[in-house]
Ligand binder design. Structure first.
Ligand SMILES: NC(=O)c1ccc[n+]([C@@H]2O[C@H](COP(=O)([O-])OP(=O)(O)OC[C@H]3O[C@@H](n4cnc5c(N)ncnc54)[C@H](OP(=O)(O)O)[C@@H]3O)[C@@H](O)[C@H]2O)c1
Length: 268
């Protein structure tokens, strides 16, 4: 994929889809910087990346909800590599806020947009000077398939993700003259910690085998009305491969796209 001499930052890269993306990039020989808060998850991901073939890997602990720590994290990246080829924003919320419109107050709306939109915006802003120094550059933002089929309980989260998709489309147009390509990847249902936590909290009569991708999809279909043609949830490695192609030098002519990776749906 033309990534072997490249450098990449993955925000929210210590768990779930972000971690799977780090490992996929590492296997291509990429130098990987992982941004998240928790030190243990960062250290584990860095060790796994080096084991998978990364030429360099570093975990930077930062809170992407705050401007100054984000700027500091990218200063560390600049000091280490001087330039950057790839930014992947997979950062997502700790909890999705499933209370619906009537019970979502201003603070919750602001919190949803802070992590769901502004975290990615901050990272793009801090990254651009580094991307502009590189001979080629790509941005991938991870949104959500719920922007295309609404679940009423997920209103603030989904609105924030829709804003991220919109920002991405705008960026793809703005950055095209500089040869910087931006794409959005919209996941359906994936077996990550967030979903596991939701499933674990369900009562025994829902008959869940934890970790079972078919059981997980049954619950998501029942509770949120989001089925998938393939009838199962996805494994994070299955979306990581799509993200990494979009982020790679091999992607030369796709920009401004919003890619559904959702096990099949009739949404475009
Ligand atoms: N899982 C799904 O089915 C699904 C479906 C649609 C869309 N998505 C979206 O896809 C993306 C990846 O989801 P996922 O389920 O793989 O996520 P995840 O497993 O919950 O991982 C989230 C990552 O973001 C980091 N993070 C969270 N808040 C942060 C903050 N304030 N500052 C820095 N890092 C922070 C976490 O590490 P720390 O906690 O250590 O900071 C972790 O590395 C998210 O944007 C999510 O909204 C997921």
């Amino acid at each position: 994929l033309g990534l072997s001499e490249s450098t990449a930052v993955i925000t929210g890269g210590s768990k779930g889809m972000g971690k799977a993306t780090c490992l996929c990039l590492a296997a291509e020989g990429t130098r990987v910087a992982v941004l998240a808060r928790g030190r243990a998850g960062l250290d584990e991901t860095v060790a796994a990346c080096l084991n998978a073939g990364a030429r360099d890997a570093v975990g930077i602990s930062t809170d992407l909800k705050e401007k100054a720590p984000v700027a500091d994290a990218f200063r560390q990246v600049a000091d280490r590599w001087g330039q950057l080829n790839v930014l992947v924003n997979t950062v997502g919320p700790d909890e999705y806020g499933t209370r619906g419109f009537d019970r979502t107050d201003d603070d919750e709306w602001l919190a949803a947009f802070n992590v769901g939109t502004l975290a990615a915006v901050r990272c793009v802003r801090e990254t651009l000077p580094l991307l502009r120094k590189a001979s080629w550059a790509r941005i991938v933002n991870v949104s959500a398939h719920s922007t295309k089929r609404q679940a009423p309980s997920l209103i603030a989260y989904t609105a924030a993700k829709a804003a991220t998709t919109s920002v991405g489309t705008n960026l793809s147009q703005w950055l095209a003259p500089e040869g910087i390509l931006e794409n959005t990847v919209s996941p359906g249902t994936f077996m990550t910690d967030g979903l596991r936590g939701y499933l674990e909290a369900l009562p025994a009569e829902r008959h869940i085998e934890l970790g079972d991708l078919w059981d997980a999809m049954r619950i998501i279909k029942e509770d949120f009305g989001h089925p998938a043609f393939l009838g199962r949830a996805g494994d994070p490695s299955e979306i990581a491969r799509v993200i990494v192609f979009a982020a790679s030098r091999a992607n030369t002519y796709m920009t401004g796209a919003d890619l559904n990776v959702d096990g099949g749906s009739d949404f475009t």
